[in-house]
Design a binder for this molecule. Sequence first.
Ligand code: SAM
Length: 289
Amino acid sequence: MTTTDVLLAGARAALAGAGVPSPDADAVELLSYVLGVDHGEVRMRGILRTAVVERDVARFEDLVDERAARVPLQHLTGRAHFRHLTLGVGPGVFVPRPETELTAGHAVDAARAAGPAPVVVDLCTGSGAIALAVADEVRDARVHAVELSPDAHGWARRNVDRLGLPVDLRLGDATTAFDDLEGAVDVVVSNPPYIPDGAVPVDPEVRDHDPALALYGRSADGLAVPLAVAARAAVLLRAGGVLVMEHADEQGGSLPGALRATGEWHDVVDHRDLAGRPRTTVAVRAPRG
Ligand SMILES: C[S@@+](CC[C@H](N)C(=O)[O-])C[C@H]1O[C@@H](n2cnc3c(N)ncnc32)[C@H](O)[C@@H]1O
């Protein structure tokens, strides 16, 4: 028998030594996963020095070793917390990021402002994170989502089925999807692949585990895919409908600028994330000429 506070202290040290960016949070999440209890209980058990059986200790220590080898935390637990939901994730699908919770929040706000039964489309849905968050938080929304990768689509399918939220999920290309919804959509939200080609991510969790299709924007500035997705959004949205699009730190000027240059958008505003970095562009569909 050993105690959770001893386990957490050892795990924190091992993860910090391996360069894991958030050793405390990761140690707590892994122990929470192994013990089947929530984070608060893990920390409280630490204070109370609750004993943990050897079987759980061995499992926890194996997971800490894998995390120290920079396997993504969410691949070890098979889960990712996103707004009010817990999503299933693993190899083959992009792990939803905390900053995307703000992008989803902009979509929730735009959907609520659109009036009753808003039509919302998530282009490039991955695990289904944004679409499911909107369906969860805007209960009368009619939410549609599309994903190109069959593997990622499989994860999204399982998440939609398990959470039981009403999302019309399709397998296909976001740049041509939803010909049945052209001009009828209130909100398009997208976290497309946007990393500039050649800008290989430093973090091993991203570089070695997130699918390339989810990362790279297919041009030197990373904007080829985002702008193709935005062009599709311009077709799908009604006049006055809202586009919400996540982007890379360095695209806080170029993405809004490129959208303005099309003449298809007005009130183009860029928003920062909680770290103060440019992260999400919101734009309103102009009336068609
Ligand atoms: C950065 S990930 C975002 C996933 C999810 N929206 C999220 O925020 O966690 C981009 C996703 O777009 C998908 N994708 C890339 N090109 C696509 C396309 N042309 N049509 C649909 N999905 C695409 C990738 O497979 C990946 O799942």
